[in-house]
Design a protein around this ligand. Structure first.
Ligand SMILES: Nc1ncnc2c1ncn2[C@@H]1O[C@H](COP(=O)(O)OP(=O)(O)OP(=O)(O)O)[C@@H](O)[C@H]1O
Ligand SMILES: [Mg+2]
Length: 220
């Protein structure tokens, strides 16, 4: 089972929206997916409450010690991908989520405040020797401020593609208990999230295998 963690201490950067959007996009590609909510704010559980479909399942954790048992249970049930949504703080729960993840995704809006706020998360991922990628979220769909933000994030580490634009479909999908690829499948927001899932899945599978093979070689 692969594990993604959406992390950054900056509030409102899109952790929950992207967790849901990516979970549904992966499910639509035929994967067995679960969401783990590690944020007492409850955005994901409330989304799930509005959702009429049974999947993805949502497990809530409130204490760091609960993460491993939930992960073990999901693995045993044959879940292929677990996505952990964390709170906007560098608490012990977020740290445990980072430590459990195959890939940490750090969303940032194209503003200096969001990018600066991502740095403690970046430090935590490096300290815990986890792979990470930034996601530039809520990018203006017009205007030229993007390249500066993209350059800043690129200089700090890997930037996922494509950038995710500021589009109402994300908010409306969240409100309707849907993923954006279900809510407006032909829309631009849907296209971007599906492409982002493609980018992430490629890194998850290929690089995790490389990691595994490197570990195997070392062990031999
Ligand atoms: N790409 C986007 N386009 C438009 N609205 C977006 C986009 N991404 C997120 N939003 C909206 O921005 C707000 C904050 O997003 P979200 O709740 O996902 O952030 P968060 O990082 O989970 O916040 P918190 O830190 O409070 O948990 C929500 O209203 C959400 O619908
Ligand atoms: Mg959230």
């Amino acid at each position: 089972m692969y594990i993604l963690a959406l992390v950054t201490q900056k509030g409102g950067s899109g952790k929950s929206t992207l967790s849901v959007g990516l979970a549904v996009a992966a499910m639509q590609r035929g994967e067995r997916v679960a969401l783990i909510e590690a944020d007492a704010q409850g955005t994901i559980s409330r989304w799930k409450g509005r959702r009429e479909k049974p999947y993805p399942r949502v497990d809530c954790v409130t204490d760091p010690s609960e993460i491993e048992p939930v992960i073990s249970r999901l693995k045993a049930e044959g879940v292929w991908l677990a996505i952990i949504d964390t709170a906007a703080t560098n608490n012990a729960l977020a740290t445990r989520a980072i430590a459990s993840a195959d890939l940490c995704l750090i969303p940032a809006r194209p503003s200096p405040a969001d990018i600066e706020a991502a740095i403690p998360t970046l430090i935590a991922t490096r300290r815990l020797d986890r792979r990470f990628a930034f996601i530039l979220n809520q990018a203006p769909t017009r205007g030229g401020r993007l390249s500066e933000a993209a350059t800043s994030l690129n200089s700090l580490g890997l930037l996922a593609l494509p950038f995710i634009g500021q589009r109402n479909d994300h908010q409306d999908a969240l409100g309707a208990g849907l993923g954006v690829t279900e809510y407006a499948p032909e829309g631009k927001a849907s296209e971007e999230i599906a492409a982002l899932w493609g980018w992430i899945s490629e890194r998850l599978i290929v690089e995790s295998n490389d990691h595994g093979q490197a570990a195997l070689k070392t062990a031999c």
